[in-house]
Design a protein around this ligand. Structure first.
Ligand SMILES: C[S@@+](CC[C@H](N)C(=O)[O-])C[C@H]1O[C@@H](n2cnc3c(N)ncnc32)[C@H](O)[C@@H]1O
Length: 262
């Protein structure tokens, strides 16, 4: 068993495999930190045509994925790799977040992700085999592959050893209720736009403070819904930065409301 195991049930295993075997996650698989396998649901049909869908009872357009091929595929995965937390990717599920990815990493070491297509999946398979449903957001895609890859990627990059250092993800957006600060690379001036002076100063403490304040400001401006003031109460330096950022944010808001009144 790898450190973390993911089996994806899909009608497009090549697409999923191509994506999950590349780059950081590909190397992590080679080094045995994670295992990600995609399984062709069609291989588990019992009819010659390898048909996996049929018309919906009650009428209406489209087709529904039948319970039996899904069940056989799910059973095969459990017999081969052991039981796992089974998740159906669905627009009707709980919206996926960084917090959810952390919980999946903390509580399980094996996920079975079920990708639907057409109008969805026979409810009886969901009732019998699925532990929970996860949505990528309030929109509808043609299939569950993109959401499954998003879940697998978000969880796997936090598995110890996959990234060089936990700092790689602990400083990123959504880890501590903040969005990330703006990033810059060379050259120092591009199209007349300069990289902020402080980032070129070599003063690590000044850089840290600038980044922290920019992260607070960006979150206040763009995502006040995720901003959690209480996260900053413990640290004296952070409280000072928070006060400065709040003052700047209020000044920006006043200026904006002044402009709209003119
Ligand atoms: C066209 S959708 C089916 C939508 C379904 N008829 C409904 O209205 O809820 C086909 C498949 O794509 C996947 N899917 C679509 N949107 C999704 C989303 N926002 N999050 C997760 N999976 C999604 C699901 O696996 C679903 O079975």
């Amino acid at each position: 068993m790898a450190g973390y195991n993911i089996d994806i049930m899909t009608l497009f295993p090549e697409t999923v495999g191509d994506m999950m075997n590349e780059s950081i996650l590909g190397r992590a698989q080679e080094r045995g930190f994670i295992r990600v396998d995609a399984h062709q649901i069609r291989d588990f049909t019992t009819n010659k045509q390898k048909q996996v869908d049929d018309y919906p009872y009650g009428g209406g357009r489209g087709a529904v994925m039948q319970a039996d091929p899904l069940y056989r595929c799910w059973e095969y995965i459990r017999e081969t790799h052991g039981p796992g937390r089974t998740i159906y990717l669905s627009p009707c599920g709980e919206t996926f977040t960084q917090g959810k990815a952390r919980q999946l990493l903390r509580d399980y070491d094996h996920l079975i992700l079920v990708c639907g297509h057409y109008e969805g999946v026979d409810q009886r398979f969901l009732d019998e085999c699925v532990d929970e449903e996860i949505s990528l957001g309030d929109f509808v895609l043609t299939g569950g592959e993109i959401p499954a890859m998003a879940v697998a990627d978000a969880v796997c990059r936090m598995v110890p050893g996959v990234l060089p250092d936990p700092e790689c993800f602990e400083e990123e957006s959504h880890w501590n209720g903040l969005l990330e600060y703006p990033q810059f690379s060379r050259p120092a001036v591009w199209h007349g736009r300069e990289v902020p002076e402080v980032l070129r100063s070599g003063d690590h403490e000044k850089v840290r403070r600038w980044r922290r304040k920019e992260a607070i400001l960006r979150t206040l401006r763009r995502r006040p819904d995720i901003f959690r003031k209480e996260d900053f109460q413990g640290n004296k330096q952070d409280r000072k930065l928070l006060a400065e950022a709040l003052e700047q944010f209020r000044a920006e808001q006043e200026q904006r409301s002044g402009e709209s009144e003119e």
